[in-house]
Design a protein. Structure first.
Length: 429
């Protein structure tokens, strides 16, 4: 039997392969049209934003508007000068040229008309340029005087601050919104530097006080041992306590320095926020019982977050200690005539876990509230020197929460009405 033959095909051709289905031309161009449409929309949005930007510059009281107004005045003066000079000079020049022309010869008449027009235009343009230059000089002198008058107080205030006088303040000038913003920035800088200087002075005073007491106790104990009034065995606990106090003071200062320089070391790992908070509440429970202040915990979420457990617990413990001091200072608890209460809540808000510590203590005044996280700030009676510490706990807490990509905030209805501190961290997905 013979094998079946395949149909003959022309030389140089190849077997047919399945071809891709035909794509409609509109569909093939669809992506291009979409891309072009997107680009057109983007261009239109950019153009609209540019127009709005320029409209904002022109409508608000700004230095840019003043410069544009000055330029417009110069151009307007030049244009008006051209028209006025041309109207005054042109008739006389044309009349003179026509008197010289031979009216019977059209070419002579045309030549004199052109010369008259050229002469009048040159005179008008020369006078307009001269007037425009004078107007530009006057406008520039006016603007330079106004700018110099607005900058002089700013320069004087800067020199005052550089000399160490942080009471320098500058009043807003009439030049424009940009100078008003610069004035506000200089005043805010002076106020901030004054606050830092006040904190530095208070720090030295507090350090002297904090160190003076344990050193005096140690010196008295050593003198008692030398005189034989106090036994060595009796002095050891006292000396150890004062040494621990000095050690704690040194540790606080070092911790603040590390926190401000972002030099604290962190070991992040997934952890349950509520579990860490519960551990802090358990650790503080004894102190609260001894003070006669009720401590409650309400957990509404078991969400996890990326935490340095030790540092996060340090923040919560600091808030609990501050809340206890504030409550006791308000006359509540065992030493007061009313019962005190501190409530801790753990809630989830969207992609964040919030830990709230709310007390019914001394509260915080509206003037002091923005400064509770400042270095060495002691806000309210609960944070004065007699309560211990240098007022750096909340500053360190803010640095720790920043490293956690979280926040810490404070709120208070006012003095005597308690305060609420809220810590938030992103939820671990």
């Amino acid at each position: 039997m013979s094998e079946p033959r395949t149909p003959d095909r022309p030389a140089g051709t190849h077997p047919a392969t399945p071809s891709a289905p035909d794509v409609p031309r509109d569909a093939a161009l669809g992506d291009g049209r979409d891309a072009a449409g997107t680009g057109d929309r983007r261009d239109s949005r950019d153009s609209g934003a540019g127009v709005r930007r320029w409209w904002h510059v022109l409508t608000r009281r700004s230095i840019a508007r003043r410069f544009l107004t000055g330029a417009a005045v110069v151009v307007g003066v030049a244009v008006v000068t051209i028209f006025v000079v041309d109207a005054l000079v042109s008739p006389a020049i044309f009349h003179a040229h026509l008197m010289q022309a031979d009216l019977s010869n059209p070419e002579t008449v045309l030549r004199h008309v052109e010369e008259g027009m050229r002469s009048s235009n040159m005179i008008a343009l020369a006078v307009a340029i001269l007037i425009a230059v004078l107007a530009a000089l006057l406008v520039s002198l006016y603007l330079a005087t106004r700018v110099s008058a607005s900058l002089a107080p700013l320069a004087a205030a800067a020199r005052q601050v550089a000399a160490g006088d942080y009471t320098a303040r500058v009043d807003a000038g009439p030049l424009g919104a940009e100078f008003d913003e610069l004035t506000e920035a200089v005043n805010a800088m002076s106020q901030r530097l004054a606050s830092v200087e006040q904190s530095r002075t208070r720090l030295f005073s507090d350090l002297a006080h904090e160190m003076r007491t344990p050193i005096a106790v140690v010196q008295a104990q050593l003198e008692g041992i030398e005189d034989g009034v106090v036994g060595v065995e009796d002095s050891i606990p006292v000396l150890r306590a004062q040494a621990e106090r000095l050690t704690r003071l040194s540790s606080d200062i070092g911790l603040l320095s590390q926190a401000q320089e972002h030099a604290l070391r962190y070991e992040f790992a997934p952890g349950e926020v509520a579990s860490v908070v519960r551990g802090c509440v358990d650790d503080m429970a004894l102190r609260y019982r001894e003070a006669g202040v009720q401590l409650t915990l309400d957990v509404a979420t078991h969400a996890r977050a990326q935490l340095d457990t030790a540092r996060f617990a340090q923040v919560i413990t600091n808030l609990l200690a501050n809340a206890l001091n504030a409550t006791v200072s308000a006359g509540r608890g065992r030493t007061g005539d009313r019962g005190g209460h501190v409530h801790v809540g753990v809630r989830r808000h969207g992609n964040e876990v919030a830990v709230q510590v709310r007390d019914d203590g001394v509260g915080i005044s509206p003037e002091e509230l923005p400064h509770v996280f400042d270095r060495f700030a002691r806000v309210g009676p609960a944070r004065d020197r007699s309560s211990g510490g240098l007022g750096i706990g909340l500053t360190v807490a803010r640095a720790i929460m920043s490293a956690h990509h979280g926040r810490i905030s404070a709120d208070s209805p006012g003095p005597g009405r308690g305060a609420t501190f809220t810590v938030t961290v992103p939820v671990l997905h």
